[in-house]
Design a protein around this ligand. Structure first.
Ligand SMILES: Cc1cc2nc3c(=O)[nH]c(=O)nc-3n(C[C@H](O)[C@H](O)[C@H](O)COP(=O)(O)O)c2cc1C
Length: 191
C-alpha cells in the first residue's frame, strides 16, 4: 500500500522549498530593516541573479523599492531565535537591529546592512526592475554584486559541513517555527 497522501496546495511549496532560510536586509539611508525569508533561489549563472519572495505588504519591500538594493544574509543554527523573531514582527515602527541587539556593518559595494555574527554568508544585491511583475507578484529579482562566506564552512566554492562546525550550519524552515539544520555531507559515488 502506498504511503503517499494528498497535500493541500497551500502546503505544496513546503515539499520543495526547505532550502536555507535567509535574512533580507534593507535601508533607504534613514531607516534600516531585516526580515526572514524562506523562499529564495538562484535564477541565472552569469551575472549571478537570484529571486526572492518579499511580500508587498512588508516594510522590507518598501525599503527595497526605494533604495533599489538589498542584502541577503544566511543565518546559522546559532541565530535561529533571531531569525524567527525578525520574521515575526515588522520593522515599520521599530528598529529590529536595536531591538534584538544585532549590529550590522555596511556592505562594501552597496552599503546595505550586513550581519556576520550568527551568519555563514552574505550577498549584496541590486534590485532588477521588473515593471510588468512588481505590482502583481511578491517575487523580486536581484543581481549579486558582492558576496562573502565564513571560510570555516565554505571554501574553494564549496560548503564543508561536519560535526566540528555544527553551530555554523544553515537552518531550513519547515513552517510553524520548526527548522532543520543541514548535517553531514553525503558524497555521491561517480559511476
Ligand atoms: C522562517 C520564516 C520565513 C519567512 N519567509 C518569508 C518569505 O519567504 N517571504 C516573505 O515575504 N515573508 C516571509 N516571512 C515573513 C516575514 O519575515 C514577515 O512578514 C516579517 O515580519 C516582515 O518584516 P518587515 O515588515 O519588517 O519587512 C517569513 C517568516 C519566517 C519566520
Amino acid at each position: 500500500m502506498s504511503h503517499f497522501r494528498p497535500v493541500a496546495l497551500e502546503h505544496a511549496s513546503r515539499l520543495i522549498n526547505h532550502g536555507p532560510t535567509v535574512l533580507v536586509t534593507s535601508t533607504d539611508g534613514k531607516r534600516r530593516n531585516v526580515m526572514a525569508a524562506a523562499w529564495s533561489m538562484p535564477v541565472e549563472f552569469t551575472p549571478p541573479r537570484i529571486a526572492i519572495v518579499i511580500d508587498k505588504h512588508t516594510f522590507t519591500r518598501e525599503l527595497v523599492a526605494k533604495s533599489g538594493t538589498f542584502g541577503i544574509c544566511v543565518p546559522t543554527a546559532a541565530a535561529i531565535d533571531f531569525t524567527y523573531a525578525v520574521g515575526s514582527c515588522t520593522g515599520k515602527d521599530v528598529d529590529k537591529f536595536e531591538r534584538f541587539a544585532i549590529a550590522p556593518v555596511a556592505g562594501p559595494r552597496l552599503g546595505v546592512p550586513i550581519i556576520e555574527r550568527g551568519c555563514a554568508a552574505w550577498m549584496e544585491c541590486r534590485l532588477i526592475s521588473e515593471p510588468h511583475t512588481e505590482d502583481a507578484y511578491d517575487t523580486c529579482f536581484g543581481e549579486v554584486v558582492a558576496a562573502a562566506a565564513d571560510s570555516r564552512v565554505f571554501h574553494n566554492g564549496h560548503w564543508t559541513f561536519d560535526a566540528s562546525n555544527s553551530d555554523l550550519h544553515m537552518i531550513h524552515h519547515l513552517g510553524g517555527g520548526n527548522f532543520v539544520r543541514v548535517s553531514g555531507i553525503v558524497a555521491a559515488n561517480p559511476r
